[in-house]
Design a protein around this ligand. Structure first.
Ligand SMILES: Cc1cc2nc3c(=O)[nH]c(=O)nc-3n(C[C@H](O)[C@H](O)[C@H](O)COP(=O)(O)O)c2cc1C
Length: 178
């Protein structure tokens, strides 16, 4: 059995960057989720449009690392469609997000904590770890809670250093333990 696969969806590139970094660190396979119809407005209305079949066989992997953004406090449709379609083939799932909400905001209406609860309740004991990489971490002091600044910021080799790199290294370590 293969160790892990990273499956991701990204609109503006931060979660793609993060997914590729995870796959490089673990030396594992990676695949992008391809929605059948990629219409952002419908996603914001929380509509399920389904996804195209993956090229990799999910049941061949010990762990699936699912990576994607959070919008309007929701476990977004492309990620939800993946879980719905492949639930019976997933052994263990790790959910990772590069999102806007900070650690302090995680339990607020649009916080990642509520999405983590939804992922855990959807997958029960198969969800073994959830990890957030709030984009504010890479912003300078004073801009960390600035919505306009975080909307315009995307992860890249320039800003992926310091605190976010430390969080990433700790995450990779945990990923190998669960
Ligand atoms: C319309 C919209 C709604 C968003 N809503 C949330 C939210 O409710 N909670 C959150 O933590 N981040 C939210 N974000 C921030 C995104 O999760 C963040 O920008 C993410 O890094 C985008 O990922 P991507 O670059 O892979 O597309 C929102 C972003 C957009 C564009």
């Amino acid at each position: 059995m293969k160790k892990a696969i990273v499956v991701y969806y990204s609109r503006k590139g931060s979660n793609k960057y993060l997914a590729q970094k995870i796959a490089n660190s673990l030396g594992c396979d990676i695949e992008e989720i391809r929605p059948r119809l990629n219409v952002f407005l419908l996603y914001l209305m929380n509509m399920h449009l389904g996804i195209k079949p993956l090229k990799h066989s999910i049941n061949e992997y010990e762990k699936v690392i699912l990576c994607g953004p959070i919008w309007m406090g929701k476990f977004i449709p492309p990620l939800r469609s993946f879980v719905k379609k492949y639930d019976s083939k997933i052994r263990k799932l790790i959910f990772v997000t590069c999102c806007g909400s900070t650690d302090a905001q995680k339990n607020e209406k649009f916080g990642h904590g509520l999405v983590f609860e939804e992922v855990k309740s959807t997958l029960n004991s198969k969800c073994v770890l959830c990890q957030a990489f709030p984009i504010g971490i890479v912003l300078p002091e004073g801009k960390k809670d600035d919505t306009d600044a975080f909307m315009k910021t995307h992860l890249n080799d320039e800003n992926f250093k310091g605190e976010i790199q430390e969080r990433f290294d700790a995450f990779i370590k945990k990923t190998l333990e669960v």
